[in-house]
Design a protein around this ligand. Structure first.
Ligand code: HEM
Length: 515
């Protein structure tokens, strides 16, 4: 009898002791053990929970410990944080050493399937590929040893064609808000976040797949896809659910435990797969691909391109597997960026008026991409928004082999101060030093760089401009309540001091042509 109790207790204590010894060993032999950083608060959570509770913590640690420091993630995993440009350049230039973190990829894969956000180089390297050649860049085009090929799907010509959709949907959103304002009051507090998300969801449906999602309908009918994305990413429990799902990807045995966040992940997958099937069915329903302007049709057409060798083309199945990724990456990011732009402008009346005056110089409601791109202050506002409020504030890579990470000297300006929040005017005279920032666009890392850079950046920039063009001409925006960013993954706005999920209430007034 005693042994039936004693053995399991002794076994448990033994495992516990072994675990701590193993942890201590790892800590003492860890190559980055001398790097400074915050104290870990507990074993299972490390600093993870603190970071989840306070999106400003990383900035605080940066001023306390410098640009490069170490913190503990879930289950005591040590992570090195660096914003050192030399180190970032090194990581991006060595894409075969620094890869997407396997448990993060698994996390994405469980939500989006086998799309491009959840895979790494090896899985996409085709046998016939030369070394360091990234076939996924077939989506955007590639340059390799003198050969180059531009995929029309994400190029400027394609985005020019899609601009009509961006503007049309921006006007639809403007009219919905205008009706709400007219419903009795002079001004109106509107939570602008859900409307912007529905607008960008409809855009990716139409511009991405020639599919009418119609979540921005006049009757305000709920849309299944919008609802699952809201619950998955923006509900009051979205962040803790995401932490549970991440824990399952780190410790796979936890996948057998129905932790919170499991149900909504399954619903999201079902909703995206269902739309994916409908899109494929409608694109196969006898309609010729020729002449269609949506991204999927252009990509499907390019699978037949004679310009790329047959063994390097994306198959039809691979293109179709991109649908959930495009649905996610193509709408949540852009809507967050525009929300932050409107939030920042609501706090800066002078910048808002200056922008409006510039937008009103175009005598049309339906600007083309080229017209939007002639507006320099609009460009500056977009750059500054994406710099200060990037929808993704950090990106993770894991070194797959030992390597030395070079660091630049910490940069401090001549007065010994560091500046974090300069106005958009900075973009009128871009300092030469920013050319060292390796971003794919605009000397910022918001769209990242290297082999996994954002392929939708041109698409998104023109969509952001179309939205700002339409909304700033129609309304004056003022702050309604203090706003803070949510912390993990996608940075969405949230009312400070509440835990009710993402939202952005702003005071809207119809612009009456004065001021
Ligand atoms: C403000 C808007 C956007 C931001 C800030 C943004 C940011 C990013 C970032 C940081 C990455 C790199 C992710 C990683 O390394 O793991 C990425 C990848 C990606 N983005 Fe975007 N994105 C935006 C809009 C879009 C749009 C509109 C689309 C599609 C229409 C899109 C499609 C993608 C895809 C497919 C990838 C994966 C690329 C690869 O792995 O090679 N994004 N994006």
């Amino acid at each position: 009898m005693i042994s039936r109790i004693l053995y399991p207790v002794a076994g448990t204590l033994f495992c516990f002791a072994m675990f701590h010894i193993a942890q201590l060993y790892c800590e003492l032999t860890f190559p980055l053990r001398h790097v400074v950083g915050p104290r870990s608060l507990s074993f299972p959570f490390g600093n993870f929970k603190q970071m989840g509770d306070n999106a400003q913590l990383i900035s605080k640690w940066r001023s306390e410990f410098g640009r490069t420091f170490r913190f503990k993630s879930l289950f005591g995993i040590s992570e090195l944080h660096t914003s050192d440009i030399k180190a970032i350049n090194h990581v991006l230039a060595n894409g075969t050493i620094y890869r997407r973190v396997p448990f993060r990829r698994d996390h994405m894969k469980r939500i989006l399937g086998n799309g491009i956000l959840s895979v790494d180089l090896d899985e996409h390297k085709r046998q016939a590929c030369p070394p360091h050649f990234y076939p996924l860049k077939i989506l955007t085009g590639y340059k390799h040893r003198g050969e180059s090929w531009q995929n029309p799907a994400f190029g400027i010509t394609q985005v020019r064609l899609l601009t009509e959709i961006f503007v049309e949907k921006s006007i639809q959103l403007r009219d919905i808000w205008a009706r709400q304002i007219r419903s009795g009051k002079e001004h109106h507090v509107i939570d602008i976040f859900p409307g912007l998300r529905r607008m960008t969801l409809d855009v990716i449906g139409q511009a991405g797949f020639d599919y009418q999602i119609d979540s921005l309908n006049v009757e305000g009918k709920p849309n299944e896809l919008d609802q699952v994305f809201t619950e998955l990413l923006h509900s009051s429990h979205a962040q803790s659910d995401a932490a549970f799902r991440l824990a399952q990807s780190i410790v796979p045995i936890l996948k057998f435990v129905p932790l919170p966040g499991t149900q909504i992940r399954r619903r999201a997958r079902r909703a995206m797969d269902c739309i994916g099937r409908q899109i494929v069915a409608s694109s196969k329903a006898g309609q010729a691909l020729g002449g269609k302007r949506d991204l999927l049709s252009v990509l499907l057409r390019s699978t037949l391109s004679k310009e790329i060798p047959e063994n390097q083309r994306l198959s039809e199945a691979e293109v179709v597997a991109l649908i959930p990724t495009f649905l996610f990456a193509g709408h949540e990011t852009t809507s967050s960026a525009v929300s932050w732009a409107l939030h920042a402008l609501s706090l800066n009346n002078a910048a808002q008026s200056k922008l409006r005056q510039e937008l009103l110089t175009l005598c049309t409601e339906n600007p083309t991409m080229d017209e939007l791109n002639t507006l320099p202050y609009l460009e500056s506002v977009v750059r500054e928004t994406l710099r200060v409020h990037s929808p993704f504030v950090f990106n993770q890579r894991m070194a797959m082999e030992d390597d030395i990470l070079p660091l630049a000297k910490p940069y401090v300006d001549r007065k010994g101060q560091s500046h974090d929040n300069l106005p958009p005017e900075r973009w009128e005279h871009i300092p030469e030093a920013v050319s060292e920032i390796p971003g794919v666009w605009g000397n910022i890392l918001s769209f990242f760089a290297g082999p996994h850079n954002c392929i939708g950046f041109r698409f998104s920039l023109v969509e952001i401009k179309a939205l700002l063009f339409t909304l700033i001409r129609a309304f004056e925006f003022e702050p309604a309540v203090p706003i803070v960013p949510t912390s993990f993954g996608l940075q969405a706005p949230m009312v400070a001091g509440t835990n009710k999920g993402s939202s952005l209430p702003l005071v809207l007034r119809a612009y009456n042509g004065q001021g």
